[in-house]
Design a protein around this ligand. Structure first.
Ligand code: TXA
Ligand code: MG
Length: 349
């Protein structure tokens, strides 16, 4: 049976963190909040405990885990900090960023997929860091979803996927950003973004000068350097197609696609901005419209995207259409996840 502890006051609930620390040190799993998404944690130096993460998620074993740390000393215990990583630590940590670094021997090969490198992340969430401190070791944690599903941004959504599979969920309320951390390869002289996130390319360029994107992110037919980026991901249960176009063209394009599907007898759901939802309210019933936020407000959209993708789980939608965003700033991370959830299907109008 899974227990959930809601944290109302981090200082008054020391026993919650003691419980979590004890479970983690004993080789057990604890789901916990971060500023990006909820993580499914285990002692990062305990290969057997980490093997349970793969089992609980149904995660392919070649997909490495990242280590969550509470402070600089823990970074050094897990990885060798390169000059580039020093800059990123100073500018963005704690924060929504994961640095890929040469690993230390303490990190089991079974959690790095044998890569020789390890992802290290210092979350900007007091509950997460208090839990890591209570564990006393770096905490290995992927997102706390069943493999392939959208990442959880609330404790309730964690429970949908993990109930009965883990002993404890720490509930810290909804996550601030809603998309996973920016993964940056820091092993060389130039920062390479392997997965976009809330530390944007533009923000990194100010600190590190030139910044590269993993070619696989921009459509090149290459194997992504972050192994997890090659999998189908975030997929809703009905097939999703994105529609990209200027705002004044979207209403007509959506209406045509929706009507075409409805004529075939299909029930259509849409994942759209507030603006477009108002225009399509006549042809799509309310319970089949997931609104991700105001058009162009990437912070709101990122924070609600995964919930929107799960919105249709218990509904009988046969096909889904989504409104694509632009790709500047945090829009790059939003569209990276949205495009994956659509299996790459994007229509341009
Ligand atoms: O925001 C986040 O990063 C969340 C929260 C819980 O911290 N965690 C998260 O973990 O998104 P996960 O496992 O779902 O995604 C980690 C990604 C995977 O795509 C994995 O392949 C990649 O990081 N990765 C891990 N270690 C790597 C390495 N040594 N080199 C390249 N990519 C790596
Ligand atoms: Mg994940």
């Amino acid at each position: 049976k899974t227990r959930t502890i809601k944290i109302e006051d981090i200082h008054a609930q020391a026993e919650a963190f003691e419980d979590a620390g004890k479970i983690l040190r004993g080789g057990g799993l604890v789901a916990f909040p971060t500023e990006t998404v909820y993580g499914l944690g285990a002692d990062g130096f305990n290969a057997e405990a980490c093997a349970d993460i793969y089992r609980a998620k149904g995660r392919p074993s070649d997909n490495p885990l990242i280590l969550h740390v509470a402070d600089r000393k823990m970074v050094d215990s897990a990885a060798i900090v390169t000059p580039l990583a020093e800059k990123i630590l100073a500018a963005f940590c704690p924060g929504p960023v994961t640095m890929i670094l040469p690993k230390r021997d303490a990190v089991p090969d079974s959690i790095t997929g044998g890569l020789g490198t390890v992802g290290v992340r210092m979350p900007d969430n007091d509950i997460a860091r208090a839990m890591i401190r209570a564990a006393g070791v770096p905490v290995a944690a992927p997102s706390a979803n069943i493999s392939g599903r959208p990442s959880p941004t609330t404790a309730e959504i964690v429970a949908e996927d993990m109930d009965g599979r883990i002993p404890l969920i720490i509930d810290g309320g909804p996550c601030r950003f809603g998309v996973e951390s920016t993964i940056i390869d820091c092993t060389g002289d130039t920062a390479v973004i392997l997965r976009p996130g809330a530390v944007t390319r533009e923000m990194l360029e100010e600190i590190c000068g030139s910044v590269a994107l993993d070619p696989a992110l921009v459509g090149a037919d290459t194997v992504p350097k972050a192994p997890g980026m090659k999998y189908t991901h975030y997929a809703p249960k009905a097939p999703l197609t994105l529609i990209h176009g200027a705002p004044e063209k979207l209403e007509k394009a959506f209406a045509e696609e929706i009507q075409r599907e409805q004529e075939k007898g299909n029930t259509v759901g849409i994942i759209v901005s507030e603006e477009l939802s108002e225009k399509l309210g006549q042809i799509v019933p309310k319970e089949l419209i997931a609104v991700y936020g105001p058009r162009g407000d990437y912070y709101e959209i990122a924070a609600h995207l995964y919930e929107a993708l799960r919105f249709f789980d218990n509904k009988k939608a046969d096909v889904l259409f989504g409104e694509a965003t632009e790709e500047d700033g945090l829009g790059l991370a939003v569209m990276n996840r949205f495009r994956k959830s659509a299996g790459g299907r994007v229509m341009f109008v």
